[in-house]
Design a protein around this ligand. Sequence first.
Ligand code: G16
Length: 563
Amino acid sequence: MNGQQQSMLLQSASSFPPPKGTKLSYGTAGFRADASILQSTVFRIGILAALRSLKTGGAVIGLMITASHNKVSDNGVKIADPSGGMLTQDWEPFADSIANAPDPESLIQLINEFATKENIPLDGAKAATVLLGRDTRPSGESLVNAAKQGICSVVGAVATDMGILTTPQLHWMVRARNKGLKASELDYFEQLSSSFRCLIDLIPKKSGGDNNNNPIGKLIVDCANGVGGQKLQVLKEKLNGLLHLEIRNSGESGGILNEGVGADYVQKEKVPPQGFGSADVGIRCASLDGDADRLVYFSVISSNGKNKINLVDGDKILSLFALFIKDQLSILLSSVKNDEYQPRVGVVQTAYANGASTKYLGQLGLEVIFTPTGVKYLHGKAEEYDIGIYFEANGHGTILFSDRFLNWLEEDRKNEPSSTAKEKQNAVKRLWAVSRLINQAVGDALSGLLLVEAILQHMGWSVDKWNQLYHDLPSRQLKVKVADRSAVVTTYAETSVVKPPGIQEAINATTEKYPQGRCFVRPSGTEDVVRVYAEASTQEAADELAASVAKLVDQFLGLPASS
Ligand code: G16
């Protein structure tokens, strides 16, 4: 590091002292904490983003200020790598160490050592670019400024503020910029709306009708009082009546971000979000989360004066996508000889996947793989396939298409002899449109929603018909506050606890008492809690199993009596 670089870092770092007595760690999707203690962390992650750009030959890196589904007073920072995916896991230990460096001198020493080890040029000869985005949290603007100062304290680095975005929009832009494609926000909306239109146009026409009469009725979307509301409004206008959409909880007329609203609330509590009630019975509804990277569907049911929901979670979105892809692929492959290219399709889930969904996907003949929680794990696994479909039950997921598959499709699009059956040509066009509609960088609630809508219209299915693909095993999720969640260490894709000793045996003994019982615990990487997931043959049994295991967690790890 030359003298100019060193003094720039020293000077700016002294304006961002780390919070005293708090150790921050890079979690499931970056750093998250109460916004009031994040200035220093975000400043330092700004430096990391600039270094990452230098390391990757000046590629564009994304830095998103968001705490997604967490409460409004929290905030956080996520990093998008040049591919548009999450920051490479190799750099997480460096992120942890700089976030916790006690003073500017030790921060600079860590940067120096890392730059030497990684061969990162810190002489100002190379340029670095970081795109910044933020969600609608009130703390976002000042944290973006902290990130900018971090980025600009690396000589040759430029920060470009893209303003308020959904997290997946920023990831999409980073990927597009690095691939030399059109990459503005307008391009994002154009690509989503044109590929959706294409899928609708390809729906087989029924006896002379056109496809502009959506046969499956209105969709109401709960936008978690977050950024998704304003972005969905733009998309709605672009679709120009092609989708009958009502936007609720957009945050524009009051309402607190993620409070009693949004995908996390709906999926975990299994109740309608605020603003939904008996008047919505029979209508297809969906919920986004605070930064619009998660999507779940539901329908409101009213019984004995109480409103409940039928939840259609990420597992069912995955199943719908898998079914559609498989159908289109089999039309396409019907004339391909066995010794020709056969695309491999893989489906990726986590331990939270409902057992009934895994069984269903297996019955479809699909290869199902499990990873720990976190898009960073699922995405990497899905990339190993020609078509990799991944989803977490919480509604975070997407479909990845390999370059090899897309090139093969492109050849088919160009070279089909005119005698080819129309339906085969249409299957090629549909898969092509899906690859353009569904975000290739990360799970995206807006693009996922358009794909669900296109498939439901294609099938002519109501939300209830979709929900009947299989019947979920009753399940329950609970959170337990403990003294130190890092004391829980898991293995086998988080299905078994290694530490503290003895707890897994106790969980097993409890689980065995319940028919079709399955239960696991894991430390959250976004909230200061241990999560408990239980499944059993009845709702009462799942509730009881989850509550018993939550008690065990409390016994083994609970808060000290005084707290
Ligand atoms: C993030 C991750 C997801 C993960 C979720 C919950 O979502 O991107 O992959 O499922 O956290 O993680 P945990 O159970 O460790 O708290 P989001 O939408 O909050 O960014």
